[in-house]
Design a protein around this ligand. Structure first.
Ligand SMILES: Cc1cc2nc3c(=O)[nH]c(=O)nc-3n(C[C@H](O)[C@H](O)[C@H](O)COP(=O)(O)OP(=O)(O)OC[C@H]3O[C@@H](n4cnc5c(N)ncnc54)[C@H](O)[C@@H]3O)c2cc1C
Length: 413
């Protein structure tokens, strides 16, 4: 029975805090900033440079259109093709897979039509105001010029994709997404450097993107410091709830906090377990390549519907980001994923220079693709804020709002 609160541990702790936020990715940074702005005393604990995990390497899109969950009926139908096509965005790494079976079973269940619709409705509610929320967050961090609000394109590269694309468009519209179906000349007018795209594109006019996620994370960290957040550069090894709060062991020291927020991305499950929560959290590893160039070919993110990757204009470079690799966090990156991304990008831009750098990182993913933002059932002084999968950047400001409400004793919506 791990759940009964125990008495405060006997040894004197070395530090105290009102609220300890564990993990300084975009979720932890946004939550810490929000709480500090509200006058709370916050420590933010992470062994790594703030914002250097998945929050550094993503595609930068504030994807308010992403109401179509990854877990959807069509995915099960397309699975054989996705697993055998060498240019597929989906890959399984058998060595890490057996451990994922419960997650995969729950994911498959979430692909059923009624689950997909329920998840889409919940996502639509969370995404509805993502752009405005990000504008406020970027302003607060002094990063307004890193946020561009000129939409996002989904490129439909063939007539057959146009048919499934039409169904996707109908689905998104039902959940309130603004979407324009563009013919090839209209795509060319928006993005002259792109080659002709046979099936045109879906244009999401209210989407935004961050032109340098790493720089935005640094600004968020600076804003936290200005607001009085204390950073502790250590890994939280143990979390022990007790009657009046939570004890954390980090870097050989002990910290007592009245409340704790678990925002450790893909590494959150063991901490949640110590708060009495068994969660199905795993990872979908993603990759990016960057091509340095002064004018990065596009003026807004463009996603390949066929390849499942984004090409994003970033400061001084074109970033090509995507891939979904199932197989845990312990294996080294797979060069084949980077090669697939590069082949995909060269289908659009054959004259790209050699890649300047590459990266891989871990999306924190739950089977239904809806993040866990709630109090722990038996230890309500611990708040869970993880599992944002493909949408952590987009949903960070909303998550921060909900975390603040939960710590005030309210319900998160
Ligand atoms: C290729 C790719 C493209 C993506 N594109 C987009 C996109 O366009 N739009 C979008 O909205 N989302 C996108 N995402 C998803 C998004 O990046 C993630 O959902 C988001 O970054 C998750 O943020 P996080 O703070 O939960 O995790 P992270 O950024 O991974 O941060 C977790 C932090 O916790 C720390 N930590 C771990 N364990 C401990 C511990 N025990 N103690 C203390 N600290 C700990 C880590 O060091 C890390 O700094 C993409 C992801 C990938 C991989």
């Amino acid at each position: 029975m791990p759940n009964a609160p125990h008495a405060a541990p006997a040894l004197a702790p070395t530090r105290h805090a009102e609220i300890a936020v564990i993990g300084a990715g975009v979720i932890g940074l946004a939550a810490a900033l929000r709480l500090a702005q509200a006058g709370r005393e916050v420590v933010l604990i992470d062994p790594e440079k703030p914002g250097s995990g998945a929050s550094f390497g993503n595609a930068g899109t504030i994807a308010d259109y992403a109401v179509l969950p990854v877990a959807q009926p069509g995915l099960l139908r397309d699975l054989p093709r996705l697993l055998t096509d060498r240019d597929s965005p989906l890959a399984l790494r058998p060595r890490g897979l057996w451990r994922m079976l419960p997650w995969l079973a729950a994911f498959s269940w979430n692909c059923l039509p009624h689950r997909c619709r329920a998840n889409a409705a919940a996502l639509a509610e969370m995404l509805a105001d993502a752009g405005r929320r990000w504008q406020e967050l970027a302003q607060a961090a002094g990063g307004g010029d890193l946020l561009k609000d000129n939409g996002c394109l989904y490129l439909i590269e063939s007539e057959s994709l146009a048919r499934s694309g039409a169904a996707d468009a109908g689905f998104r519209r039902r959940y309130g997404v603004q979407l324009q179906e563009l013919a090839p000349p209209e795509v060319a007018a928006l993005e002259p450097a792109l080659p002709a795209v046979a099936g045109g594109a879906h244009y999401f006019p209210t989407a935004m993107h961050v032109t340098d996620p790493g720089a935005m994370m640094a600004l968020l960290a600076d804003a936290c410091t200005r607001q009085g957040v204390r950073f502790i550069a250590a890994r939280v090894d143990a979390l022990t709830p007790f009657a009046g709060g939570v004890e954390l062991q980090a870097g050989g020291e002990r910290l007592h906090a009245a409340r704790a927020v678990i925002a450790a991305g893909a590494a959150s499950a063991p901490l949640a377990r110590q708060a009495g929560e068994r969660v199905l959290l795993d990872t979908e590893r993603g990759y990016h390549l960057e091509f340095d160039m002064p004018a990065p070919l596009l003026s807004r993110p463009a996603a390949s519907a066929q390849g499942g990757f984004y090409m994003i204009p970033m400061h001084g470079r074109l970033r090509v980001a995507g891939a979904v690799e199932l197989g845990g966090t312990s294996l080294p990156p797979d060069k084949a994923r980077l090669a697939t991304l590069e082949r995909g990008a060269r289908r659009f831009f054959p004259d790209l220079p050699a890649p300047s750098r590459s990266w891989s990182g871990f999306r924190p993913s739950v089977p239904g693709m809806l993040p866990l933002i709630r109090r722990a059932h038996t230890h309500p002084q611990v708040v869970l804020a993880f599992g944002h999968g493909h949408l952590g950047l987009t949903l960070a400001p909303l998550t921060a709002e909900r975390v603040a409400v939960l710590l005030d004793g309210g319900e998160s919506g």
